[in-house]
Design a protein around this ligand. Structure first.
Ligand SMILES: C[S@@+](CC[C@H](N)C(=O)[O-])C[C@H]1O[C@@H](n2cnc3c(N)ncnc32)[C@H](O)[C@@H]1O
Length: 208
């Protein structure tokens, strides 16, 4: 476990207890996107930061999923959602920026939804290095993140929630995920698109 992640893990071990209730208003929007993002994946998939396992039910039955999370309490919640899934799932208690339990060059896909926006900027290059290490050559990734809007009104709304999302989720709108991917020697961004406003950004790419 990286020292920078200790406080995040402690936060999620508490937030886990009420995460699904607290996040429900946002999840009503996110749950429309999850099948579209995940439904067409095949092969071996690594999902980093699985949280309470909200993505599980959307994977195709042929997928072999490895899900990991920093927080053992979030993982315990995720474990209860395994029964909703059509695919085979293995859960690991591991730090996405270290992945000491995961072998190299074995995944067709690396997925994360709302992971990098909670991951401190100084940790992100290490996590991207791990994404690259565990992907097969030509393997692909999809990351869904939230960022600051350039629209003044939306930005004002985001500012209202900034303190809350950082305190409860460790999330920030000003992470530099796209810049870090672009600086990664082995990862290439193939497309970016917003799922809502200019806030919810889906980043897709591959390992060269
Ligand atoms: C905002 S939640 C998102 C959960 C889930 N992906 C979703 O879409 O609902 C972020 C999750 O990432 C996990 N996390 C944060 N940093 C991590 C790291 N370095 N390694 C693994 N998991 C991490 C947290 O414990 C938490 O469960």
């Amino acid at each position: 476990m990286r020292e920078e992640n200790l406080s995040l893990r402690a936060k999620y071990n508490i937030t886990a207890l009420f995460y699904d209730i607290l996040d429900y208003p946002w999840e009503r929007v996110y749950r429309k996107w999850r099948p579209e993002i995940l439904g067409n994946l095949r092969g071996k998939v690594l999902e980093a930061g699985v949280g309470t396992g909200r993505n599980f039910q959307h994977y195709h039955e042929s997928v072999e999923l490895t899900g990991l999370d920093l927080s053992h309490v979030m993982l315990r919640k995720a474990g209860k959602k395994v029964k909703n899934a059509k695919c085979k799932i293995e859960l690991l208690h591991d730090d996405a920026s270290i992945m000491h339990l995961v072998d190299s060059n074995q995944y067709d896909w690396v997925i994360s939804t709302f992971l990098c926006c909670v991951m401190p900027d100084e940790v992100q290059p290490h996590a991207l290095e791990q994404f690259s290490r565990v992907l097969k050559p030509g393997g692909k990734f999809k990351l869904l993140e939230m960022i600051y809007s350039r629209d003044k009104k939306i930005r004002q709304r985001q500012d209202l929630f900034t303190g809350f999302v950082e305190k409860v989720y460790g999330a920030r709108f000003d992470r530099h995920t796209l810049d870090f991917i672009n600086a990664s020697p082995d990862l290439e961004v193939t497309s970016t698109r917003f799922l809502k406003d200019d806030v919810y950004l889906l980043i897709e790419g591959q390992k060269n």
